[in-house]
Design a protein around this ligand. Structure first.
Ligand code: SAH
Length: 353
């Protein structure tokens, strides 16, 4: 078993170096260098012998760029990263006025089974380690040469299905000697793992929580999101309300519009009614992000017209719910969740046969 030093906080790294018979100050030095994007072999102020030993004994958790696609439309960069065991994941660099945001994956594949999502085809292969979550941010910063100020956990995988590693990653990426990214600049999106939302409310990590709701009643939600059979809308929204009451942090909702499935004006009315009823008396502002479904060949779901999205948003607004229609960044580089990994897998299958 290799030692996973990228998953270690400075105090843990300190113990590791002491166990190697090295002085304590190595820990801070190495932590800073690794988080800046240098691989062990590149930290030249360590002796050659120590570098050789560390390269041999430690896990090379910084990913390698397997593919990189730059959008001609908006400069969004989509990365397909290869990990030390050959598994591939996706990360996306998005440039906004308020800073550079990286969207990272939390697992290799996903077992949540949402019907519209490309990441879930083929299921979950494995969880990502804290080091591999962090490695995506470090590598995007290294490759782009631009400071990353925001992180969204909206790539492949379900972050709350990999809870402990995600929390460790959050502590690492927030560390002042490392990337020092503020918790308020980090968002986590979940399909509705209620046990994870409850655990998140108990710890003092004020990230922004985003809920993938996508339907306003249980029949429809269960049709497209199997997680709804475990925790239905009622259970999910109750957890959201408790989360808000305990932490004071507001939650936003994601709603993917699928033509003919969940995108009518009466769907919008139902959504407004459900959210308003759940949050009544809490004083919490309710915000919904709308996005037209990205068409994934295997799912057969189609996106509706721009007019239908606007009508949906208007209906929510009329009922006191703020709605933003999400801009689709990187539409020319397969930037939607799981699509690049999927097309790379298909390409490899073709080469084999
Ligand atoms: N597992 C987490 C995060 C990953 S997906 C979650 O479910 O929230 C990030 C967002 O993209 C989720 O809201 C997800 O439902 C949505 N999504 C997945 N596939 C999509 C597609 N084909 N079109 C539009 N949105 C999609």
């Amino acid at each position: 078993m290799k030692t996973d030093i990228y998953s270690m906080l400075p105090e843990e790294l300190c113990e590791y170096f002491i166990s190697l018979g090295e002085p304590k100050f190595r820990a801070k030095q190495v932590f800073e260098r690794l988080h800046r994007g240098e691989r062990i072999s590149e930290i030249t102020n360590l002796s050659k012998a120590l570098r050789a030993r560390l390269s041999e004994e430690t896990l090379d958790a910084l990913p390698y760029v397997e593919e990189k696609h730059v959008s001609k439309i908006d400069g969004t960069v989509k990365y397909l990263f290869r990990l030390h065991d050959g598994a591939c994941i996706e990360s996306v660099l998005m440039r906004y006025k308020h800073g550079n945001t990286v969207c990272i994956s939390s697992q290799v594949g996903c077992r949540m089974g949402c019907k519209f999502c490309a990441s879930t085809i083929g299921g979950r292969v494995r969880d990502l380690l804290p080091s591999e979550l962090l490695g995506q941010v470090i590598m995007v910063q290294r490759d782009s040469g631009e400071r990353i100020s925001n992180i969204v956990m909206m790539g492949i995988g379900e972050p709350l299905d990999n809870f402990d590693n995600v929390v460790k990653f959050l502590r690492l990426v927030n560390h002042p000697d490392g990337l020092n990214i503020g918790y308020r600049h980090i968002s986590l999106s979940t399909c509705g793992v209620v046990s994870g939302i409850e655990r998140l409310a108990e710890i003092d990590i004020p990230i922004t929580l985003s809920i993938s709701l996508h339907a306003a009643n249980d029949t429809r939600r269960s049709e497209i999101m199997p997680i709804n059979n475990k925790w239905n809308i009622d259970a999910l929204l109750s957890a959201c309300v408790s989360y808000y009451k305990v932490t004071g942090r507001r939650i936003s909702f994601e709603y993917t519009l699928i033509s003919g499935k969940n995108d009518s004006v009466s769907d919008a009315e139902e959504l407004a009614a459900v959210l308003t009823a759940a949050f009544r008396g809490t004083g919490a502002p309710i915000h919904v992000n709308l996005i037209r479904v990205n068409e994934v060949e295997e799912t057969g779901f189609k996106k509706g017209s721009v007019e239908s999205v606007n009508a949906f948003a208007k209906t929510l607004e009329k009922r006191g719910i703020t709605a933003t229609v999400r801009r689709r960044l990187g539409s020319d580089v397969n930037a939607a969740c799981g699509q690049l990994r999927r097309s790379n897998m298909l390409k490899k299958d073709e080469q084999k046969s």
